[in-house]
Design a protein around this ligand. Structure first.
Ligand SMILES: Nc1ncnc2c1ncn2[C@@H]1O[C@H](COP(=O)(O)OP(=O)(O)OP(=O)(O)O)[C@@H](O)[C@H]1O
Length: 299
């Protein structure tokens, strides 16, 4: 088995220093490969190199945040000879929060990957691109856009960019109109504030749109929140953080399915895939069961 570290050198500079020291200590005398990304999108190509060029088993450690994880997943989806471990040195690292039995430090401890726990993981596929955690439309996409914009200007870590993004988004319209079809069921045209499709449970720096989502159930969990008023958003956000919004059945609808179509009237809409923003019209989201072999740290 070949061990390959794909590292975003811009992610968590302090944790990165510790990680490099730990890699040297832990793998002393063993052959490992460290691949540092050079630009956004590069991690896809690095991962593809190992996915396509050989059938020798490869253990990829993705070292970064959810953005780097998203890229690596897009390079290796469906490749049976690649296993993936996540070393969360990014800012939000929302995907690993779905593993409730683990703390972040467990993922950072390289000695815990000597006898790892195998875990199959589904992926979401939307118009040809994969997402491992969430795909979403609406208010949170505006927030994510502002978060990315703010981080480009002021390199502040932690939760601050998410709060700034939230405040900036409150000045924009809070709803968009969509026609949604989940498997065979069509939902009437309606105004939605959030539409979130989940494989993992958390996104956006710790919000919990689909508290019951499982990464290996072959299903997409769906959270649709209709027409929230500006005066309701802060109260709702507090509940949303804990996954308690599901109680508001007058505005919140929770569903589960395998294929979802969004009719956007042929207009381009912004979509958030694991924190990366894309623009698409009439997208279809499907589940791809067991597309990734995860190796989790030993418990
Ligand atoms: N060498 C690089 N230079 C500039 N940007 C890079 C480089 N390598 C990767 N990136 C980009 O950096 C973005 C953010 O990285 P990443 O997701 O690893 O950290 P983060 O944003 O701190 O974490 P999180 O997404 O969990 O909040 C990714 O979208 C990726 O495309």
């Amino acid at each position: 088995m070949k061990d390959v570290f794909i590292v975003n050198p811009n992610s968590g500079r302090e944790s990165q220093y510790h990680l490099m020291t730990e890699i040297k200590d832990h793998f002393q005398g063993k052959r490992i490969i460290i691949e540092k990304t050079k630009s956004p999108g590069h991690a896809v190509h690095i991962a593809q190199k190992y996915a396509l060029n050989s059938s020798e088993p490869v253990h990829i450690f993705v070292c970064g945040g959810d953005g780097t994880l998203h890229e690596v997943v897009n390079g290796i989806a469906g490749c049976k000879h690649i296993s993936l471990s996540i070393i969360p040195i990014g800012t939000g690292n929302d995907f690993i929060k779905s593993f409730g039995d683990y703390q972040k430090d467990d993922f950072l401890d390289l000695s815990k990957y000597d006898e790892p726990v195998e875990q199959k993981c589904d992926l979401l596929k939307i118009n040809g691109e994969y997402a491992i955690n969430t795909v979403s439309f609406g208010f949170d996409v505006n927030v994510a856009k502002h978060v990315n914009h703010f981080r480009d200007k002021i390199p502040v870590g932690g939760i601050i960019p998410y709060y700034v993004g939230m405040l900036a988004s409150l000045s924009k319209p809070l709803t968009q109109e969509y026609k949604i079809q989940i498997d065979d069921k069509k939902y009437p045209n309606d105004k939605y504030t959030f539409v979130v499709f989940c494989n993992g449970k958390y996104y956006g720096g710790g919000y919990k749109p689909c508290p019951d989502a499982l990464i290996d159930d072959g299903k997409i969990d769906v959270c649709m929140i209709r027409n929230v008023k500006r005066s309701q958003i802060v109260g709702l956000a507090k509940k949303y953080e804990k996954g308690l919004h599901v109680q508001y059945t007058d505005i919140v609808e929770m569903r589960r399915g395998q294929a979802i179509h969004m009719d956007t009237d042929n207009k381009d809409v912004d979509v958030n895939l694991d924190g990366e923003i894309r623009s698409m019209k009439n997208p279809t989201v499907e589940i791809v069961p067991g597309a990734i072999q995860l190796l989790l740290p030993r418990k």
